[in-house]
Design a protein around this ligand. Structure first.
Ligand SMILES: N[C@@H](CCC(=O)N[C@@H](CS)C(=O)NCC(=O)O)C(=O)O
Length: 209
């Protein structure tokens, strides 16, 4: 049994997609970030980061932050969506590391400067937006001739897709990116993705006020 501390952000949805794809039992604790619930003692005592996503594995008494670590943990525990050995394993880990270290931080900052701190921050806004466009173009090239980012469907797709999905909020025009456009359609039609976003939208705050 798992508990996922969650908010409906790109990082949150990565783990919901994985839990749905695995078909394992879990419950969601929605954290209302806008209301600062990540700083409430009930959550803060679980993680010094005070960020979602956070996974609790009740069978192992494990409390795990960081979406990349959570995806790898679940993949290795259930032996799904990450090959155990060989070049295929490292192709998946390469793209997972790329998402965590490049796409997430750049797109996250771009989102922040577009939506939260636009005033007086034109340089930062342009810088992060250019970087984000550059990273979308990398995905476009990587997807040439393949359906998924590391060929086989994997935790790398679960990590990358939620960030590509919010291209409109990131103000990235994907009209000239046919591979990205096709990938978004392919991913959006998957059962676990549909269910994850539906459950994420329905989730409500469960921390005591
Ligand atoms: N590197 C972390 C990033 C987690 C993260 O930035 N979470 C955001 C929401 S997407 C958060 O909890 N923000 C609340 C805050 O910073 O107070 C991961 O991949 O899990």
């Amino acid at each position: 049994m798992y508990t996922l501390y969650f908010a409906p952000t790109a990082n949150g949805h990565k783990i919901l997609i994985m839990l749905e794809a695995l078909g394992v039992p879990y419950r969601i604790h929605r954290i209302n970030l806008a209301q600062g619930e990540q700083h409430q003692p009930d959550f803060a005592r679980l993680t010094i980061h005070r960020k979602i996503p956070l996974l609790v594995d009740h069978d192992q008494a494990l409390i795990l932050p960081e979406s990349g670590a959570i995806l790898q943990y679940l993949a290795e525990k259930h032996l799904r969506f990450l090959p155990c050995v060989g070049p295929e394993r490292y192709a998946v880990l390469h793209w997972l590391a790329w998402q965590i270290s490049s796409l997430g931080p750049m797109a996250g900052q771009s989102y922040h400067f577009i939506h939260q701190e636009a005033e007086g921050n034109q340089y930062a806004r342009s810088r992060y937006q250019e970087q984000t466009v550059h990273l979308f173009n990398i995905v476009e090239k990587a997807l040439a001739g393949r359906d998924f980012i590391a060929r086989m469907y994997s935790i790398a797709d679960m990590a990358i897709y939620p960030w590509l999905r919010i291209h409109a909020q990131l103000q990235v025009d994907i009209q000239t990116l046919p591979n990205v456009t096709g990938y978004l359609k392919r991913m959006a039609a998957r059962e676990e993705v549909l269910t994850a976003y539906a459950k994420g939208a329905r989730s409500t705050s469960t921390l005591p006020a």
